[in-house]
Design a protein around this ligand. Structure first.
Ligand SMILES: C[S@@+](CC[C@H](N)C(=O)[O-])C[C@H]1O[C@@H](n2cnc3c(N)ncnc32)[C@H](O)[C@@H]1O
Length: 437
C-alpha cells in the first residue's frame, strides 16, 4: 500500500518547486490511495504544506548545511511536511517523526532516513530559537512571498497583519442554497436530520455556513442540485447586480459558473454566461446541469465582443475579472507560491481591456458590476477610477456592505472580514441621456 506521506511529498515538491497546481498534483497522486480517509489526509498534508512552505522551507535553511531542495526535492518536501505535522497539525512528536522517517524509506531513500531523523530531532531541541527567528520576519511569520507582504502592507497598512493571519486560517465551508429547488430552512432541516451542523449566514440571504470542510457530495441534496459551494463574499455579487425577471444579463467571465448560477437561481433572466477557456466552460455546464438551470453559454473573449455580441444591449453586466486571486489564499494555498509580482501588470491590462470593451454593450440606465477576488488596489479601484475619469457616461453607484471597507471607488472585503474571502466590488451605471433632457 502506498505511503500517504511519501505521496504527499511528491505532490508538494511538484507544487512548490515545479509550479504544478495543487489541483493537478492531487489529481496525479490521490487515485493511488484506495481509502477516502487516506485521500483526505493526503489533501490536508499537501494543502498545509503549500500554505506553510515559505515558513518551513526557510526553517530547513537553518537546519541543513546543504539543502536538499535541488538534489532531492521529494525528501526536502517530506521534511517540510514533517515540520508542518509538528507545528501546524500538532501531531504527537513521536508519531510525526516516526511517520516521516518511514516515508523516506517509501521514497526509496533509506540512506537519508538518519539525516531526516536528525533534522527533525534538532528542530525539536532548538525549536524556540528557530521559531523566534522565523517569527521576526513577516515573510516567514505568515509564509507569504516578500513581494506580496510588501504589496499588502503598502495597500492595507493597518490591516496587513490580520489579512496575512486570515490567509492561514481554515475557512468555514459556505454553501449557496438553490432557491429554485428548495428554501434555506428546508435544507437546514434536511442537514439537521442528517446530523450536520449548519447555520444560516447572518446577512447573506442564500448562504449556509458549516464550521469545517466536509465532502459536499455526501451532503443530502447535492445530487439533486439543492445547493452549491460558494464563499459568502462571492454571493454578494448577485445582490449588487440586482437583476430582475426578463432582463438581459451578461456574466462576462463566468467559469466555473458560481455567480452565473446564483443569478439564474434568483430570477428568470435572459442570461448569457461567457467564458473564453472552453475546458473551464465545461465546469459551468456541469454546474448548470446539476443545479437544473437554463443559461446561454458562449465561448468567447470578453475583450472582443464584435466576435460574439448580437448588438442587443444588456441591462446588467457582471465582470468577475481574471485577477491575482490574492483575496482567496486561504482557499487556494498554492496561489502564493505561483503568483509573481510581475503578473499584476499583465492582469491589469486584461482587466482594463475587458471593462473598456464591454462598456458599450450596457444599455443606458443599466448596471455594470466589476469584481475581483484580489485585495490589490491596482486591480480594483486602480482599474475602475481611471475608467470613470475617462468615460463621461459612467457613474459609480455608492453602496455599503455589512463587512469590509470603502475603497476610493467601490468596496473591499479583505480576507477574514466577517470570516469571508477577500473580494472587491464596484457598481457602475450608464447615465441615461433621455433622462436629462
Ligand atoms: C475569477 S474567474 C470567474 C469566476 C466565476 N465568475 C464564478 O463566480 O464562478 C475569471 C474567469 O474569467 C475567464 N477569463 C479570463 N479572461 C477572459 C476573457 N478575456 N474573456 C472571457 N473570459 C475570460 C477565466 O478563464 C476565468 O474562468
Amino acid at each position: 500500500m502506498p505511503d500517504t506521506r511519501a505521496l504527499a511529498a511528491h505532490a508538494l515538491a511538484a507544487v512548490a518547486l515545479r509550479g504544478v497546481s495543487l489541483r493537478e498534483a492531487m489529481e496525479r497522486e490521490a487515485p493511488k490511495l484506495a481509502d477516502a480517509r487516506d485521500r483526505a489526509l493526503l489533501m490536508a498534508l499537501v494543502a498545509d504544506g503549500a500554505r506553510w512552505w515559505l515558513r518551513f522551507d526557510a526553517a530547513l535553511d537553518r537546519l541543513l548545511a546543504r539543502p536538499l531542495r535541488q538534489k532531492d526535492p521529494a525528501v526536502h518536501a517530506l521534511l517540510v511536511l514533517g515540520l508542518v505535522q509538528l507545528e501546524v497539525l500538532e501531531l504527537a512528536d513521536y508519531a510525526a517523526v516516526a511517520a516521516t522517517v518511514e516515508a523516506v524509506r517509501a521514497l526509496k531513500r533509506p540512506q537519508l532516513a538518519g539525516l531526516v531523523n536528525a533534522v527533525l530531532r534538532r528542530w525539536q531541541r532548538e525549536r524556540a530559537a528557530h521559531l523566534a527567528a522565523l517569527d521576526a520576519r513577516p515573510e516567514t511569520r505568515h509564509a507569504h512571498p516578500r513581494w506580496l507582504v510588501e504589496a499588502i502592507s503598502r495597500d492595507w497598512p493597518a490591516q496587513a497583519e490580520a489579512v496575512m493571519a486570515a490567509d492561514n486560517r481554515e475557512p468555514p465551508l459556505m454553501l449557496r442554497v438553490n432557491r429554485r429547488r428548495t428554501t434555506r430552512d428546508a435544507l437546514l432541516e434536511r442537514f439537521r436530520l442528517d446530523g450536520q451542523t449548519a447555520e444560516p449566514h447572518a446577512w447573506l440571504a442564500d448562504a449556509l455556513v458549516l464550521p469545517h470542510s466536509v465532502d459536499v457530495t455526501r451532503l443530502p441534496g447535492f445530487a439533486d442540485g439543492l445547493f452549491a459551494v460558494q464563499d459568502g463574499a462571492a454571493q454578494v455579487a448577485a445582490d449588487l447586480v440586482e437583476a430582475h425577471a426578463g432582463q438581459r444579463v451578461l456574466d462576462a467571465c463566468a467559469a466555473p459558473g458560481g455567480k452565473a448560477c446564483h443569478l439564474a437561481e434568483r430570477a428568470d433572466l435572459d442570461l448569457t454566461a461567457l467564458e473564453f477557456d472552453s475546458q473551464r466552460a465545461d465546469r459551468i455546464r456541469d454546474n448548470l446541469r446539476r443545479l437544473r438551470l437554463d443559461v446561454r453559454l458562449r465561448i468567447g473573449d470578453a475583450g472582443m465582443p464584435q466576435r460574439w455580441w448580437d448588438r442587443v444591449p444588456f441591462d446588467r453586466i457582471l465582470i468577475d475579472a481574471p485577477c491575482s486571486a490574492t483575496g482567496v489564499l486561504r482557499r487556494r494555498p498554492d496561489v502564493r507560491l505561483h503568483r509573481r509580482a510581475s503578473d499584476i501588470a499583465a492582469l491589469n491590462a486584461q482587466q482594463r481591456r475587458i471593462l473598456v470593451a464591454l462598456w458599450p454593450l450596457l444599455a443606458p440606465g443599466g448596471r455594470l458590476v466589476y469584481a475581483t477576488c484580489s485585495l490589490l488596489r491596482a486591480e480594483n479601484e486602480g482599474i475602475v477610477a481611471p475608467f470613470l475619469a475617462a468615460h463621461a457616461d459612467a457613474a459609480a453607484v455608492p453602496f455599503t456592505l455589512p463587512v469590509g471597507q470603502r475603497a476610493a471607488v467601490g468596496w473591499q472585503i479583505l480576507p477574514g472580514d466577517g470570516d469571508l474571502d477577500g473580494m472587491y466590488y464596484a457598481v457602475l451605471t450608464k447615465r441615461d441621456p433621455s433622462k436629462h433632457l
